[in-house]
Design a binder for this molecule. Structure first.
Ligand SMILES: C[S@@+](CC[C@H](N)C(=O)[O-])C[C@H]1O[C@@H](n2cnc3c(N)ncnc32)[C@H](O)[C@@H]1O
Length: 224
């Protein structure tokens, strides 16, 4: 695995803000099948309190909202206001209003301890530097109820694959291309990070296809 290029959080935020419309139209459709499979694995029940971190254009949040009661509200956070605007439109356009979208950073979630039954996070940890992952996973664990379900979907690779052609490109291409075109995403293997953060029953499913990905599911029984 290779580390993320050292972009500042505000550079990431600006890049996704600028490309939010394009991302929603060009990239998100290729990822939708993987979202569906990952959200199925979350086994969301109608009364579950669900948080999606990094909602992007909101296609996954729409699938989440369809699975909960109409009077239950799904929470969503993203660093980029442009993405939040598109997500609001995605859900409102098909008649859903039981969601609450907020600007925020996965590193410091503005929610109380033990709030959520399910936390869903897709295609975000693959742009996060290794050094920030333990802190983010500790935040995910903090806001999940004991026994709550964590579901991650990330760009990934087969676990025995050495450095892939995509990783070589990621390391060699100019920083502006990596940030603005690749969105700074590279393949990651999150299972060990999730175990080290104290989650239990960590399982991984590899998905091939246009955007090779992994689904990680785990239970939150985290250290205080
Ligand atoms: C590759 S997109 C994925 C969006 C969405 N999850 C999806 O799969 O369509 C990455 C998203 O993560 C958001 N993001 C990046 N860093 C973040 C952070 N530290 N906290 C919250 N959101 C972040 C970006 O604004 C962007 O919307």
């Amino acid at each position: 695995m290779i580390d993320a290029r050292p972009f500042e959080p505000k550079q990431i935020r600006r890049a996704y803000d600028r490309r939010s419309w394009l991302y929603g139209k060009l990239v998100a459709p290729f990822e939708f099948r993987n979202h569906r499979r990952a959200i199925d694995r979350a086994k969301i029940r109608p009364a579950d309190k669900v948080l999606e971190v990094a909602v992007g254009p909101g296609r996954a949040l729409l699938e989440i909202v369809k699975r909960i009661d109409r009077d239950n509200v799904a929470l969503g956070v993203d660093a980029a206001p442009g993405m939040l605007a598109i997500a609001r439109h995605t859900l409102a356009a098909v008649g859903y209003d039981n969601f609450d979208l907020r600007e925020g950073d996965a590193r410091r979630l503005d929610f109380d301890n033990d709030t959520f039954d399910v936390l869903y996070n897709a295609y975000m940890l693959d742009l996060i530097p290794f050094a920030d992952m333990p802190g983010i996973l500790a935040e995910f664990c903090r806001v999940l109820k004991p026994g709550g379900r964590l579901v991650l979907l990330n760009m990934s690779k087969k676990d025995d694959e050495r450095v892939s052609w995509y990783e070589r490109l990621y390391e060699k291409l100019p920083a502006s291309f990596v940030l603005n075109v690749m969105g700074s995403c590279r393949p990651v293997l999150m299972g060990e990070f999730v175990e080290e953060a104290g989650f239990e029953n960590v399982e991984r499913e590899f998905l091939g296809g246009v955007i090779p990905s992994e689904i990680i599911t785990a239970g939150a029984w985290c250290p205080d």
